[in-house]
Design a protein around this ligand. Structure first.
Ligand code: SF4
Ligand code: SF4
Length: 474
């Protein structure tokens, strides 16, 4: 174990989470309706909320006001993201871990867990399977272990990008791995990563200490809190934050996430690209108190409040959640989901219909195929998107551009969503999904008002249907 003094931090690293202040905000009297509506109006003008304003939404107790918050989140989502949902898949590379997080099946004291690190040949096999199902965006997931060094992560990324099967290719690789030092992030940046995710898990100091034994590397609260500041200082301006809901009061964690987003925005001029809000799930050998488990109703509220608090930040809802919850929550602000997910090591080729708890980090709630999930999205009126255009064209700060530049969604996001959706329909979809998707595409194209853009898009869609041309983006 390294002591904190030997772990390097970002310049001016600071613990910006003041537990006493956040608890005080949550103990405040219920705000009156006018105050809540002012905060909602600010958010609807696409301005990020302060921690105090977010607490106002959390403290709104009147059922009608809570409905107004949900309605505002729906509206903001439509305004900022349109009806697109971006799809990705996680690929677990290795589950060795030096940490002992109480909520995780991969923790080192769990002797029953089957430990495995995929070889490069095995990574290739998994990526081929994912490409053959139609995936274009992956997130690679690693435990925390010396063998998963920055160089190892870079090699894995190169392997993923090198796999091409038919029209299949991975166009964006995101990373969920241990916090790095600045030099490590710098090396990973060179390997063409998309987003680097580090979740704080819980922002509440005492809970953090209880969940992460102090003699483990993850036991250093500040080192982890500072992880994405170091990433920024190494040039990775695309980072993802997250909290594991169910360890402590969801209201506190929501404020912690907002404080973190604001800290990154203030210090580096760019907030996080994404926020994740997984709920604790059953996991092999894990026995947590259910005191802070989040009900479905509270979960819906927290997603809506996050949507309003960080209007320009992507919200990720994963397959931890069961299909019905996922379906309902999409409307309240979620912009990215995974689909066709398996999280056993090697699971995309080796797992059967049932999940194997000794081989995965937690139990999934949704193991439907990508095709099934995509069809449901289409039926519900969403455009499934595999777009990776901005990142590859060097249009950085994409989330900010969506928010800041009028017409960006119409000019770029929607056409790219339609062309990547069509690639999926032509190359991988079941007949039923293709039929539903073609109808949706026709309806969405008909809505486009920009005639030259519409003509160009129609030509691209024709080429995707009739030729081998792919990856046509604006
Ligand atoms: Fe290791 Fe991550 Fe699991 Fe903690 S949550 S034990 S760091 S894999
Ligand atoms: Fe994201 Fe850019 Fe594609 Fe829009 S065009 S979906 S901002 S990558």
């Amino acid at each position: 174990m390294s002591s904190l003094s030997t772990l390097s931090l970002s310049s001016g690293a600071v613990d910006f989470v003041d537990d006493g202040r956040l608890e005080e905000l949550l103990r405040a009297a219920r705000p009156d309706a006018a105050r809540v509506r002012d905060v909602i109006a600010k958010s609807l003008s696409k301005t990020a909320l302060s921690v105090e304003e977010t607490a106002t939404l959390i403290n709104a107790g009147d059922p009608d006001l809570r409905e107004e918050i949900l309605a505002a989140a729906r509206r903001l989502k439509r305004d900022v993201y349109g009806n697109r949902i971006v799809l990705f898949a996680p690929l677990y590379v290795g589950n060795d871990c030096v940490n002992d997080c109480l909520y995780c099946a991969f923790r080192r004291s769990n002797r029953d867990e089957v430990r495995r690190t995929l070889s490069h040949a095995e990574i290739r096999t998994q990526v081929e399977a994912l490409e053959n199902r139609g995936h274009k965006r992956l997130i690679l997931v690693f435990g925390e272990h010396p063998r998963y060094s920055a160089d190892f992560i870079c090699d894995c990324i190169q392997t993923v990008y090198s796999v091409k099967v038919g029209h299949g290719e991975i166009r964006r690789v995101n990373i969920n791995a241990a916090p790095q030092d600045i030099a490590g992030y710098g090396r990973i940046k060179q390997a063409r990563i998309g987003t680097y995710q580090v979740f704080q898990e819980t922002y509440h100091h005492a809970t953090y200490a209880a969940m992460h034994p102090h003699h483990t590397r993850k036991g250093h609260y500040l080192y982890r809190l500072d992880a994405l500041s170091r990433a920024q200082e190494a040039g990775i301006d695309d980072v993802g934050i997250g909290a594991l809901f169910g360890l402590y009061d969801w209201r506190f964690e929501t404020l912690g996430l907002v404080a973190h987003a604001l800290h990154l925005q203030e210090r580096y001029g760019a907030g996080p690209h994404t926020v994740s809000f997984p709920r604790v799930r059953p996991a092999a050998g894990v026995h947590l108190s259910d005191r802070y488990f989040v009900s479905d109703d509270d979960f819906k509220r927290l997603v809506a409040i996050l949507r309003l608090a960080v209007p320009y930040t992507g919200l990720i809802l994963t397959a931890r959640e069961p299909p019905a919850v996922r379906r309902e929550l999409l409307a309240f602000g979620v912009s990215q989901i995974d689909a066709g997910t398996r999280i056993e090591l090697g699971g995309y080729t080796e797992a059967g219909d049932a999940q194997c708890m000794e081989r995965e980090q937690f139990e999934l709630g949704d193991i439907r195929s990508l095709d099934e999930v995509l069809r449901e999205l289409i039926v519900d009126g969403y455009i499934p998107s595999f777009c990776t255009a901005c990142y590859r064209l060097g249009r950085t700060g994409e989330h900010f551009m969506e928010f800041a530049i009028p017409g960006f969604i119409k000019r770029f996001c929607t056409p790219n969503a339609l062309s990547t959706a069509l690639e999926y329909l032509v190359d991988y979809a079941s007949p039923e999904t293709r039929a539903a998707g073609e109808k949706l595409i026709a309806a969405e194209v008909a809505k486009l008002e920009d005639r030259p853009l519409k003509q160009e898009l129609l030509d691209r869609l024709r080429r995707i249907r009739e030729t081998e041309e792919r990856d046509l983006y604006f």
